[in-house]
Structure formats: structure tokens, C-alpha cells
Design a protein around this ligand. Structure first.
Ligand code: 5GP
Length: 114
């Protein structure tokens, strides 16, 4: 898989405002926020997107969701709620080919999304 900007963030080759890290997961603020709080939660393992996951990634997918809950609470989003988004492929609006969960909060979200 080709290197992405997120591999460079994992390797600390470019900086990011990291808010959570464990052996498998990294979470950091989005550089171009779409909400007052916008954090990305990614696996350290390079996986292109949801479609590239297999049954071997089931535990990792759970860890990504659990980390998202932890981060949302830690960043003060629990009381008013938040949204978790996984853009996948062209129609999903994915621009970085490394699986990532967007945590968006701090304002009322619209539905349906654009
Ligand atoms: P996607 O469009 O693939 O769902 O989301 C990719 C996200 O990565 C975008 O929200 C974009 O702002 C964010 N992003 C792209 N490059 C960087 C970067 O170098 N640093 C950080 N922190 N976020 C980035």
C-alpha cells in the first residue's frame, strides 16, 4: 500500500495534535476541521479503508470504536453528543487512503449529511 500522510503522522515525520495513542490506535485533531471539535482516529496498521478490512480486523475495528468513545469523552463531547463518520471510497468522500474515523462535535449536526 502506498504511504499516506497518516503514515507520516504515525512515524512523527509530520506533526499533529495527538490526543490518544495505544499499541494499535492513534487519534489526533484534523488539520482542516469541519466542526469545532474534529478528531481523526486511525489504526497504526495501514488499511486503505473499510472495504479493505477482513475478519482478522474485527478486534481492531472494535478498538477504533472504543478509542473514539474514549476520545469523545476526554475532549468534552459526551454531554451534547457527537458524530462518528467513516468516509469510504470515491462516493464516500474519502481523500486519504488510510482507514480513519472522524469524530465531529461541538455543534448541531445536520441530517442527512451532504
Ligand atoms: P477523508 O476526506 O479521507 O474522509 O478525511 C481525511 C481527513 O484528513 C480530512 O478531514 C483532512 O482535513 C485530514 N487531513 C489531511 N491531511 C492532514 C494532515 O496532514 N494532518 C491532519 N491532522 N489532518 C489531515
Amino acid at each position: 500500500m502506498a504511504q499516506t500522510i497518516f503514515d507520516k503522522i504515525i512515524a512523527r515525520e509530520i506533526s499533529a495534535r495527538i490526543v490518544y495513542e495505544d499499541d494499535d490506535v492513534l487519534a489526533f485533531y484534523d488539520v482542516a476541521p469541519k466542526a469545532p471539535t474534529h478528531i481523526l482516529v486511525i489504526p497504526k496498521k495501514p488499511i486503505e479503508n473499510l472495504l479493505a478490512t477482513t475478519e482478522h480486523d474485527t478486534v481492531l475495528l472494535g478498538k477504533l470504536l472504543a478509542a473514539s468513545v474514549h476520545v469523545a469523552r476526554a475532549e468534552g463531547l459526551a454531554s451534547d453528543g457527537f458524530r462518528v463518520v467513516i468516509n469510504t471510497g470515491k462516493n464516500g468522500g474519502q481523500s486519504v487512503d488510510h482507514l480513519h474515523l472522524h469524530i465531529l462535535g461541538g455543534r448541531q449536526m445536520a441530517w442527512p449529511p451532504g
